[in-house]
Design a protein around this ligand. Structure first.
Ligand code: CO8
Length: 259
């Protein structure tokens, strides 16, 4: 794999992806977005892993948004294409059959906060700060915040964050449901690794189907209950289901093979 702005490190069952533009607070430029797209749509297949962790390089930021320095001279058509491409990339992360955990130590702003929201789980450190400052630039968000923020924290608080651009700290983000876990300083990554360890004991097919069904909730073309019943049916025919039920009866821990 040949990547310029993403670093990869495998630790046991986890693949750690680091957004690596610390000099620009890991702002997501076009190239970095293309690399995320390539990984989640293609290269992920080369990895045998149970969880993916996305973090930002350095202590200061997860990602401070899209790269504002690329905005100059952008035509309306180009901006719409960029927005759609970013949304598609984040959908691939949201729908990834291997769960993705965002580890946020500092700023998660604009497209950075949107990236964290596309991940099924989020761990925040004590200095994590979340915000959607796009209206300061004369823009609405373009990578999904007007939809995912509403889903995650509710319309009222989402509108407050989007309209005022006020940032929320990690305690408030946790209270709102914007982060799942608060980690101690310098323990953010190790907490995420522990979560992957836990996920690795579960049925990979079960996990994949939960992600698929929950995503159906916000897909206007799908009936989530139908998707859930169909997933339940598919899973009932799997070796994982037989193993899970047998292990319960035999009072032992299940060993899932993901088939
Ligand atoms: N883009 C490009 N460079 C950035 C960005 C960014 N989003 N954020 C920070 N940087 C750069 C700074 O320019 C600076 O570089 P340099 O040293 O070369 O001047 C370096 O990172 C360090 O930043 P600061 O000196 O500003 O650090 P501070 O600690 O003073 O401030 C802040 C930190 C508060 C995070 C501040 O940098 C800031 O406000 N950044 C911008 C945050 C923002 O507005 N984000 C939203 C961007 S728009 C967006 O995400 C829309 C997504 C959808 C796009 C759809 C396609 C068109």
């Amino acid at each position: 794999m040949n990547y310029q702005y993403l670093l990869f490190e495998q630790k046991d069952d986890a693949l750690i992806i680091t957004l690596n533009r610390p000099e620009a607070l890991n702002a997501i430029n076009t190239h970095l977005m293309k690399e995320l797209n390539r990984f989640f749509n293609r290269d992920i297949e080369n990895h045998r892993i149970k969880g993916i962790i996305i973090q930002g390089a350095g202590e200061k930021a997860f990602a401070a948004g899209a790269d504002i320095k690329e905005f100059e001279g952008l035509s309306a058509a180009e901006a719409e294409i960029m927005s759609t491409y970013g949304q598609e990339t984040y959908f691939a992360i949201e729908q990834c059959k291997i769960p993705v955990i965002a580890v946020i130590k500092g700023f998660a702003l604009g497209g950075g906060c949107e990236l964290a929201m596309a991940c099924p789980l989020r761990v925040g450190g004590p200095k994590a700060r979340f915000g959607q400052p796009e209206v300061n630039l004369g823009l609405p968000p373009g990578y999904g915040a007007t939809q995912r923020l509403v889903q995650l924290i509710g319309r009222s608080k989402a509108l407050e964050m989007l309209l005022t651009t006020d940032m929320v700290d990690v305690t408030e983000a946790h209270r709102l449901g914007l982060v799942n876990y608060i980690a101690n300083e310098n323990e953010e990554l190790s907490l995420a690794l522990k979560i992957v360890e836990k996920l690795a004991t579960k049925s990979p097919i079960g996990i994949q189907k939960v992600i698929e069904c929950v995503n159906a909730f916000s897909d206007k073309e799908k009936d989530g209950y139908y998707v859930e019943a169909a997933a339940f049916g598919v899973c009932a025919g799997t070796e994982d289901f037989k193993e899970g039920a047998l292990a319960f009866v035999e009072k032992r821990k299940p060993i899932f093979n993901g088939k």
